[in-house]
Design a protein around this ligand. Structure first.
Ligand code: AMP
Length: 210
């Protein structure tokens, strides 16, 4: 079963694609952003530590996130196929991941930055199932589960701009890291979610034929 890493700037559609890929291939979706938001909601020690970083659009410290992922990967369901969404985000995390699990492919969803800001400003997230919608397409209620939609705290334009510069400085270098391992596949993310998904399916089908 595939063990995949999804790369791309904030707003590239990693979460949306991860859900689709997991459904199609029966893989486990591991989103470090969702895990951190859950910890914050529970007001756990990890949540208390992480909340300031998320609020500012900064990365939480490597050791905190690496140990959280390490624990998650030790759970039984993670021994099958999985999609890592939002991890790794630094070279140090990528190196740590290599010691934890064999990754088959790193899928980089590349999107132009002017499009990202527009997408994020319109992004609405379901409070319950975490599905993501465009504000123009929905009325404030999740079309999947009926719960309310909200604007993520870190999707405010000023925080988003910081997330983008953090991405360029700390996360973008791991694209090169995965290129060097021969595991990188780059997908054009400037098109519709369905088009992006088709490209990813094609890349996975080619991988199987290898
Ligand atoms: P996401 O939902 O993936 O956009 O993540 C939301 C926020 O969670 C990020 O802006 C970071 O503050 C934090 N975060 C998520 N994953 C990581 C990671 N791998 N390393 C550091 N911080 C992370």
């Amino acid at each position: 079963m595939f063990k995949l890493v999804l790369l791309g700037p904030p707003g590239a559609g990693k979460g949306t694609q991860a859900v689709q890929i997991c459904k199609a291939w029966e893989l486990v979706h591991i989103s470090t952003g969702d895990m951190l938001r859950e910890e914050i909601k529970r007001n756990s020690d990890v949540g208390k530590l992480a909340s300031e970083y998320l609020h500012k659009g900064e990365l939480v410290p490597n050791d905190l996130i690496i140990s959280m992922v390490q624990q998650r990967l030790a759970e039984p369901d993670a021994s099958h196929g999985l999609v890592l969404d939002g991890f790794p985000r630094t070279i140090e995390q990528a190196e740590a991941l290599e010691k934890l699990v064999h990754i088959d492919m790193a899928i980089n969803i590349a999107v132009d930055s002017d499009l990202l800001l527009e997408r994020i400003c319109n992004r609405r997230t379901c409070i319950h199932c975490k599905a993501v919608f465009n504000a123009d397409d929905v009325s404030g209620v999740c079309t999947r589960c009926g719960h309310k939609l909200y604007i993520r705290d870190d999707d405010r334009p000023e925080t988003f701009i910081n997330r983008l510069s953090v991405y360029e400085a700390r996360t973008a270098p791991i694209i090169e890291y995965y290129r060097e391992t021969g595991k990188l596949v780059t997908i054009d993310g400037n098109c519709s979610p369905d088009e992006v998904f088709k490209q990813i399916m094609l890349a996975l089908a080619e991988k199987i034929d290898d």
